[in-house]
Ligand binder design. Structure first.
Ligand SMILES: Nc1ncnc2c1ncn2[C@@H]1O[C@H](COP(=O)(O)OP(=O)(O)OP(=O)(O)O)[C@@H](O)[C@H]1O
Ligand SMILES: [Mg+2]
Length: 140
C-alpha cells in the first residue's frame, strides 16, 4: 500500500554507465521531495552498491522501494558471491585489481560506507552464490 518501486539493471564491467542508476535514484528522490540530507546518504549507498555490482559481480539489479516512512534499497547480483563477509566489510579490504585501482576504485570503503549510510543494513552472500544487500533508510 502506497509503495513506489524502481528497478535498475546494472551490467558487469560497464563503466560507460557507471553511476547511472544511482544518479537516476537521486533525481527521483529530489522529485519526491525527500530531505536533501537523506538523499545524500542514499546517493552514496546506492553508488557504492552500483559500483560493486559493476566491478565485482556478474551483473545485477538495484531496486528502490519507497513508502512514506522509509526507503528500502536492494542490490542483488548473480554472483560470484563473497567468501568471507566479515573480511569484506572491513574498511580497507579490497580484492580490486591494479587496473580497477588505477580508475580510482578499490579503497575497500564501499561496504563500510553503505553500512554507515543506512539505518538497517543486511548482506547475504557466500562463495558461488548471489550477493544481496538490503538497506533501509528511515524518513524522519
Ligand atoms: N557484489 C559483490 N560481489 C562479489 N564481491 C563483492 C561484491 N561487493 C563487494 N565484494 C567484495 O568485497 C570487497 C570489499 O568491497 P568494498 O565495496 O568495501 O571495497 P572495494 O569495492 O574493493 O573498494 P571501493 O568500494 O572503496 O572502491 C571487494 O573488494 C570484493 O572483494
Ligand atoms: Mg566497492
Amino acid at each position: 500500500m502506497g509503495e513506489i518501486v524502481f528497478k535498475y539493471e546494472v551490467a558487469k564491467h560497464d563503466f560507460s554507465k557507471a553511476g547511472e542508476a544511482s544518479s537516476g535514484i537521486k533525481k527521483i528522490l529530489r522529485q519526491l521531495g525527500i530531505p536533501s540530507q537523506l538523499i545524500k546518504l542514499i546517493a552514496v549507498a546506492t553508488y557504492e552498491a552500483e559500483m560493486n555490482i559493476i566491478i565485482h559481480s556478474q551483473g545485477g539489479t538495484l531496486s528502490l522501494i519507497i513508502t512514506p516512512e522509509r526507503i528500502k534499497v536492494m542490490a542483488k547480483d548473480t554472483g560470484p558471491g563473497i567468501a568471507n563477509i566479515e573480511l569484506a566489510m572491513k574498511a580497507g579490504f579490497s580484492t580490486a585489481s591494479p587496473e580497477i585501482r588505477e580508475m580510482g576504485f578499490g579503497a575497500g570503503m564501499g561496504l563500510p560506507n553503505m553500512k554507515r549510510c543506512a539505518d538497517e543494513f543486511q548482506i547475504v552472500s557466500s562463495l558461488g552464490q548471489s550477493t544481496e544487500i538490503t538497506m533501509v533508510m528511515n524518513i524522519q
